[in-house]
Design a protein around this ligand. Structure first.
Ligand code: SAH
Ligand code: SF4
Length: 385
């Protein structure tokens, strides 16, 4: 076990490399650069997990790859499926023993939108920002994930869907979903705190020679790191941006989101305006509804006033809080409807996130918390029902 772990750490994780980097890696080893495209095809189109299947590579190269390289060395330690099987959550152990969570969310086709398979990806083990309602925030920060560790989470579910495509129950005749259609950086960690690795992972997944996932199918969610939002607005890769707002006043936001003391609302909104002016893209503002804390009519009006200047470029996603160990509760349907209607009065487009996966502790950080409470021994390893 120790020997394997040591070997793995010395190996180059190919999932962390862009295509030009893989070409360079091969050329440094006396191989032809064109082999990189063949390997990329195996990794991202055939979804190979082993070099031995790469039969268009010479045996000597396959042997060398097995010696010196790896394909996302992560282990699934626990897996939970919701009763309807549309939310599947995994706990992954990284090479150094750190634990992270990833979630697959399956959506049947609805009116004009086609079926989706969205992977909720972690960007860090733990998180440094300590939002009071967030299970990950309560763990503290372990470390950044490498680009390869981010890519590997997506490939895990891509392989699962390839092997067993999903069809919505009760919708016969629909084409089964056999691939990942979207990714959201809404798992554990703050993606813009791990800016370079996250952008590297997104570029790798975007490459048409490889996984070929369009930037418009990728969403980065941030707690509101102002300098990184400016930087993101300048990137050629135009991904979707979601901002975790969760409060319309500095006073309230300071209480639930300590980051607000560093980047208060005025600075955050200015960064959003600049982002919109540069990209002409809409921003989604996430608003976790905490009963009796930020869900009153007064706060709805303040939120409407705050975002109205962004006009059609602001969309609010209301998210009834997933209950963690903190003592927050989600509001009932009437309070949610009232809150949303006030936003509509202010001309703010908004939606409510359909609750899902509650039976498997869907908010990120909760599976790891539960797993660690069980002292890493008596853990669920199969389907939950
Ligand atoms: N760090 C980034 C992305 C990860 S969190 C961010 O904060 O945006 C992804 C989303 O889940 C954020 O909007 C976050 O506020 C929200 N979230 C955290 N804890 C939650 C909970 N208990 N219930 C519902 N949403 C939660
Ligand atoms: Fe970190 Fe996001 Fe959780 Fe806040 S909500 S603690 S930024 S993961």
């Amino acid at each position: 076990m120790t020997i394997t772990a040591t070997n793995t750490q010395k190996k180059t994780d190919l999932l962390a490399l862009t295509l030009p980097q893989l070409q360079q890696w091969l050329v440094e080893r006396g191989e032809a650069a064109f082999r990189a495209k063949q390997i990329y095809n195996w990794l991202y189109k055939q979804l190979a997990t082993d070099f031995s299947v790469m039969t268009n590579l010479p045996q000597s190269l396959r042997n060398q790859l097995a010696e010196e390289a790896s394909i996302g060395p992560i282990i699934v330690r626990s897996e939970l499926h919701s009763k309807d099987d549309r939310t599947r959550k995994i706990l992954l152990e990284l090479a150094d023993g750190k634990l992270i969570e990833s979630v697959l969310m399956l959506y049947p086709p609805l009116r004009e939108s086609s079926a989706r398979a969205t992977v909720c990806v972690s960007s860090q083990a733990g998180c440094a920002f300590g939002c009071t309602f967030c299970a990950t925030g309560q763990m503290g920060f372990d470390r950044h994930l490498s680009a390869g560790e981010i890519v590997a989470q997506v490939l895990h579910f891509a392989r699962e869907l390839r092997t067993a495509p999903w069809t919505a129950a009760g919708l016969p005749g629909r084409t089964p979903i056999d691939h990942v259609t979207n990714i959201v950086l809404m798992g554990m960690g703050e993606p813009l705190h791990n800016y370079n690795n996250v952008l590297q992972a997104l570029r790798i997944l975007n490459n048409p020679e490889g996984f070929n996932l369009g930037a418009r199918h990728m969403t980065v969610s941030t707690v509101g790191l102002v300098p990184a939002i400016h930087k993101l607005s300048q990137e050629a890769l135009q991904v979707n941006l979601a901002i975790s707002l969760h409060a319309p006043t500095d006073e309230l936001r300071n209480q639930t989101m300590p980051v607000n003391r560093k980047y208060p609302l005025q600075e955050l909104l200015a960064a959003c305006k600049e982002y919109i002016a540069t990209t002409r893209r809409q921003i989604t503002f996430e608003y976790v509804l905490l009963a009796g804390v930020n869900d009153t009519a007064e706060y709805a009006h303040l939120l409407g006033d705050l975002l109205a200047p962004l006009e059609q470029f602001a969309h609010v996603n209301c998210i009834p809080v997933n209950v963690t160990s903190a003592s927050y509760r989600a509001p009932g349907p009437d309070a949610i409807r009232t809150f949303r209607n006030i936003l509509f009065e202010h001309g703010i487009s908004n939606s409510v996130r359909a609750e899902r996966g509650d039976d498997i502790a869907a908010a990120c950080g909760q599976l790891r918390t539960r797993f660690e409470k069980n002292n890493r021994t008596n853990v669920p390893s199969a389907t939950y029902s």
